[in-house]
Design a protein around this ligand. Structure first.
Ligand code: HPA
Ligand code: ZN
Length: 343
């Protein structure tokens, strides 16, 4: 590969084709859209203005964010709202040269407010289909269980979602991590595996390496979301490297939620150097100060990464994706062709 000068690296990062594998669609709701949907649906918000809401985005840890994130999602009522939210994200993803997106959604956040799971799934799914046709972004959905709720509630959510199973490819686990270990969801994940879904789980964001072991050995997930705490456990690092278990790392999220208050201290470089299949993702872009390319640019700048790291991260993102082997190869070829043609 030819060398890319430091001056041209930002353009290389912006244009390289990539997959985003860790994006909570409710976390893409910008304050402006929250206010627009609140007005459209007659929902009252505990914030006077967009600026007032933005001022509340001063997080100290995961839970301080989740409280505001769930409040923001309360404006989503109709199928069109879910469509509009997903479409706005997919347009931004397309500009960032994200050509494959695997998008998390939290049905329980909506069904708890009386919104039907059909409304949620159909709105999101229609946006994904439109994105393929109109933007060339290949987008799929992953249904997440909220881990602060019970396993029984996760089973109920799964049952309610099954009539719409052709609209999502996988199951994830998110929300408050500490105190809610993977083992709590062993039975429902076993059922999801039987049903043929891809499996992922948040683990090792704030929680200890033991939660990552649990996600691997008890839930049998194929990817770990975040996983940055694996750096504290050499045997775990070896396992992740050996089995090519991808980590969907979210640098700006980790900075904003004080996992790594200074991006310069982020473990991503060590994870890559140790041979792990690490990827860069945005998590909740409207809340954490940036979409995909903002994460790439900030991380490369803070850690002094270069074009060879960009190639590795882009390749990892497609290797880690759940698309079929033919598409995977096609996307990897696009990365190679991009690098060859970069002038
Ligand atoms: N961690 C856990 N749950 C979440 C997150 C996160 O970063 N974002 C949205 N739900
Ligand atoms: Zn997340």
């Amino acid at each position: 590969m030819k060398t890319i000068s430091p001056e041209r690296l930002p353009e290389f990062l912006r244009r390289i084709p990539k997959a985003e594998l860790h994006i909570h669609i409710e976390g893409s709701l910008e304050p402006e859209m929250i206010f627009k949907l609140a007005q459209r649906n007659g929902v009252s918000l505990p914030y006077a203005s967009v600026e007032d809401l933005r001022k509340a985005y001063a997080f100290t840890h995961l839970q301080s964010f989740l409280d505001i994130y769930y409040a923001g999602a309360s404006v989503l009522i109709q199928e069109q709202d879910f469509y509009d939210m997903a479409w706005a994200y997919l347009e931004k993803a397309s500009i960032d040269n994200v050509i494959r997106a695997e998008i998390f959604f939290d049905p329980q956040t909506h069904t708890a407010r009386g919104v039907s799971i059909e409304t949620v799934i159909k709105g999101l799914s229609h946006a994904c289909k439109a994105a393929k046709a109109e933007l060339g972004v290949d987008a799929e959905l992953i249904l997440c269980f909220l881990r602060h709720l019970s396993e029984e509630e996760a089973f109920e959510t799964l049952e309610a979602a099954l009539p719409f199973r052709e609209h999502f490819i996988g199951i994830g686990l998110d929300s408050s991590e500490v105190g809610h270990p993977p083992e709590k969801f062993a039975r429902v994940f076993a059922r999801c595996k039987e049903l043929g879904f891809h499996l992922v789980a948040h683990a090792g964001e704030e929680g200890p390496p033991e939660y990552i072991w649990g996600a691997l050995d008890v839930l049998h997930v194929e990817r770990i979301d975040h996983g940055v705490q694996s750096i504290r456990d050499a045997a775990l690092m070896q396992r992740l490297a050996q089995d090519r278990i991808p980590l969907t790392v979210c640098p700006l999220s980790n900075q904003k939620l004080k996992v790594y208050p200074d991006l310069k201290d982020h473990s991503l470089r060590q994870l890559i150097d140790a041979g792990l299949c690490a990827t860069i993702n945005s998590d909740d872009p409207a809340y954490f100060g940036g979409y995909m390319n903002d994460n790439w640019l900030a991380t490369f700048s803070a850690l002094g990464l270069d074009a060879s790291h960009a190639m590795k991260l882009a390749q990892n993102s497609f290797e880690a994706s759940f698309c079929d082997a033919v598409h995977k190869q096609k996307y990897l070829d696009r990365v190679a062709a991009f690098a060859d043609g970069f002038a």
